[in-house]
Design a binder for this molecule. Structure first.
Ligand code: NAD
Ligand code: DAU
Length: 374
């Protein structure tokens, strides 16, 4: 980052990756932050509580599709960077209903782009040159791979879930706003993230929650689907590199070179849990302790095979050589070190998990009912 003050308008900053990004920007004193977040089931003030009252931090609850609000915020805050993390992000929920995914990921991104364009066109000189609209996207837009090969930035889009299709649509809008209006956009397509503050509906935080409670860990299908895992802070660093040095209109694939079958990933997670047996014993709440603190358990015995996710992509693997070569980015964490950090954070932050789960989700299977009905 340059020494000139950068102002960060961060949408979806109360979610998992956005929240980690806010912590990084404010922690490194990179500039003032304005978070716009609707606080859906996945967004929580608790994630940002440590920054409440900080002079460089402001939070607004609202929808990226609320054009009047977005317009006013852009006018008042005058951001250097607009980083769009706001989205519906869970594949299983998109299988239940795509409605919210279309509204936020497609219609909301469109509204945000259009207001960003209006704002950017009002800027002059250096402010106009420095402004960037960064869109955070996913490798799922590329579809599913066979046993070999990697997604590159040239791989044709072939989204398979309603979630992936909505993200693909938003990516195309970003591209169109750059091509048609020269809006200075950048876009990253990233692989599976894990780390602190991830809502416990996704595989790693769900498996951790269930392992710590001694509950069954659902594995879809044969457990041999492959994902490429990246520690969330490495993803946030990649976005910062793109903001600082990315070319206007450019797309960068971001990944961890860390492909795992779901079963192998769970084995790695269990090994980290085993390493933290003392911490788990110390931190366990009385309710867990009473039902038997799960440090002695063979976590593998909790694995429970369940019917497959409809349309389940078999393998993702990402070629991130462009961002490595052009921007000098590389992940700092290996899967083992990243998982160890995640396990330690989770065990020390059971109260965060309890708070965000209140009345929203209790680990039940999602994404089956509609497919079964049809
Ligand atoms: P998340 O579900 O944890 O957080 C999404 C946030 O967006 C929440 O705080 C939510 O309240 C907010 N939000 C939802 N709809 C909104 C709206 N209409 N207006 C304002 N705020 C709204 O998601 P995440 O995992 O942090 O993902 C963030 C972005 O990164 C998404 O665009 C996702 O597609 C992308 N991504 C995620 C991963 C991953 O592994 N989690 C990997 C690659 C890309
Ligand atoms: O690849 C990037 C994407 O990674 C992001 O765009 C999405 O926002 C994010 O949710 C993630 O999508 P996945 O569908 O890959 O993540 P999820 O954690 O839901 O599932 C990971 C793998 O684990 C997948 O093969 C399905 C499987 N799975 C998942 C859950 C929740 C299980 O076997 N059991 C489960 O209970």
């Amino acid at each position: 980052m340059t020494t000139t003050t950068n102002k960060f308008f961060i949408t979806g900053g109360a979610g998992f990756i956005g929240g980690n990004f806010v912590h990084k920007v404010l922690g490194a004193e990179l500039g003032p932050v304005l978070v716009l977040d609707r606080l859906t089931y996945a967004g929580h003030r608790a994630t940002l509580r440590s920054w409440e009252g900080h002079p460089a931090f402001r939070f607004v609850r609202g929808d990226i599709g609320d054009r009047a609000l977005v317009r006013q915020l852009l006018k008042d805050f005058q951001p250097t960077f607009l980083v769009n993390f706001a989205a519906e992000s869970h594949v299983d929920r998109s299988i239940e209903s795509a409605e919210d995914f279309i509204q936020t990921n497609v219609v909301g991104t469109y509204a945000l782009l259009d207001e960003a364009l209006r704002y950017w066109q009002s800027l002059k000189g250096v402010e106009a040159r420095r402004f960037r609209f960064h869109h955070v996207s996913t490798d799922e837009v590329y579809g599913s791979l066979g046993t070999t090969g990697y997604f590159t930035e040239q791989t044709p889009y072939a989204p398979n879930s309603p979630y992936a299709a909505s993200k693909a649509a938003s990516d195309h809008l970003v591209r169109a706003y750059h091509q048609t209006y020269q809006l200075p956009t950048t876009l990253t397509n990233c692989s599976n993230n894990y780390g602190p503050y991830q809502f416990p509906e996704k595989l790693i935080p769900l498996a951790l929650m269930n392992a710590l409670e001694g509950q069954p860990i659902p594995v879809y299908g044969d457990g041999l689907n492959i994902r490429d895992w990246l520690y969330v802070e490495d993803h946030c660093d990649a976005i910062l590199q793109v903001l600082a040095h990315g070319e206007r209109g450019a797309i960068y694939n971001v990944g961890g070179n860390s492909e795992q079958t779901n079963l192998d990933l769970l084995q790695a997670l269990f090994a980290c849990l085993g390493d933290q047996a003392d911490l788990i014993r110390e931190q366990s709440r009385p309710t867990v302790a009473q039902s038997g603190t799960r440090t002695d358990i063979d976590y593998r015995s909790l694995i429970t095979f369940v019917p497959d996710r409809p349309g389940h992509d078999r393998r993702y693997a990402i070629d991130s050589s462009k961002i490595r070569r052009e921007l000098g980015w590389a992940p700092k964490e290996t899967l083992r070190t990243g998982l160890a950090k995640t396990v330690i954070w989770t065990v020390k932050n059971l109260a965060w998990r309890d708070e965000v789960l209140q009345g929203t989700y209790s680990g039940e299977r999602l994404g089956q009912s509609k497919a079964a009905r049809d």
